[in-house]
Design a protein around this ligand. Structure first.
Ligand code: ATP
Length: 243
């Protein structure tokens, strides 16, 4: 447990203790420990290959790990992606992972599988967040712009009503205006109670949105703390903020 200055509480929702992960011969995580409090907006920063994506995969059960992962103070033994989704973890991977041949509406409907049915209210909520999706419910996802696809990926995750939303590089390849829209939506979701962990190459953006942040280096956490404090940290500024 730790205190935080943003929306986060003192109650830990997620804890990684000495988590290790490998891809064959390659060790991607060498013992990552971090805590995410309920209501937190956490940014994970680090250079290419530092292990950021693998950390998200470890949490959502899409990569095998050793070490302990606790959710709601319970140690997790069965961590298949399906089990994690049922616990309330939604993962928007890099590249968005929408079903390109399905319509916007069908993608959103699929997002609700964990809720056992599509709630019209949840759908209306997604359309309120993203009017651009409301305007094109029948359009094939693969023909949407990059920004619209990211909105769809986020909307699909919202349909699962997650407690914990994991996002991998949501700003990648998007125009600044669209990135602002996506991050405004994330802020709003977080203020509504959804805990968020975001991996982001745009460190300035991530640190502005987050209340807490971790820096990974070659599969280890090398820094962690209040996002504002990290922003003021000279080595973080030089390495990730370019000043
Ligand atoms: P990036 O910003 O480039 O995505 P990252 O910080 O997200 O980097 P990871 O993608 O988690 O880092 O990769 C951590 C390490 O694991 C790297 O050395 C990477 O080459 C390796 N790795 C990642 N995915 C695989 C894979 N499917 N097979 C083999 N090695 C992998």
């Amino acid at each position: 447990m730790r205190s935080s200055t943003g929306c986060g509480s003192d109650l830990s929702l997620l804890e990684l203790r000495d988590v290790q992960a490998r891809y064959g011969e390659i060790t991607a995580l060498h013992g990552v420990s971090l805590t995410v409090a309920e209501g937190d907006f956490v940014a994970i920063l680090g250079a290419n290959g530092a292990g950021k994506t693998t950390t998200l995969r470890a949490i959502s059960g899409t990569v095998k790990t050793s070490g302990d992962i606790l959710f709601d103070d319970h140690k997790l033994f069965r961590r298949s992606p399906e089990a994690m989704a049922r616990k309330g973890v939604a993962h928007v991977p890099e590249g968005r992972g929408t079903f390109s041949t399905l319509s916007v509406l069908d993608n959103l409907r699929l997002g609700a599988w964990v809720q056992r049915g599509v709630s019209p209210r949840d759908l209306a909520n997604v359309f309120e967040f993203f009017p651009r999706l409301y305007e094109r419910p029948d359009q094939q996802a693969g023909t949407l712009s990059g920004g619209e696809q990211q909105m769809l990926a986020l909307g699909r995750a919202m349909m699962a009503k997650p407690r914990l939303l994991l996002l991998d590089e949501p700003s990648l390849g998007l125009a600044p205006l669209v990135v602002r829209e996506i991050f405004a939506a994330l802020k709003q979701l977080n203020e509504g109670g959804t805990t968020i962990v975001v991996v982001e190459q745009n460190a300035a953006l991530a640190l502005a949105a987050a209340n807490h942040a971790y820096v990974l280096e070659t599969g280890r956490v090398v820094l962690g703390g209040d996002a504002a404090d990290l922003k003021a940290n000279e080595s973080v500024r030089r390495s990730y903020l370019g000043y």
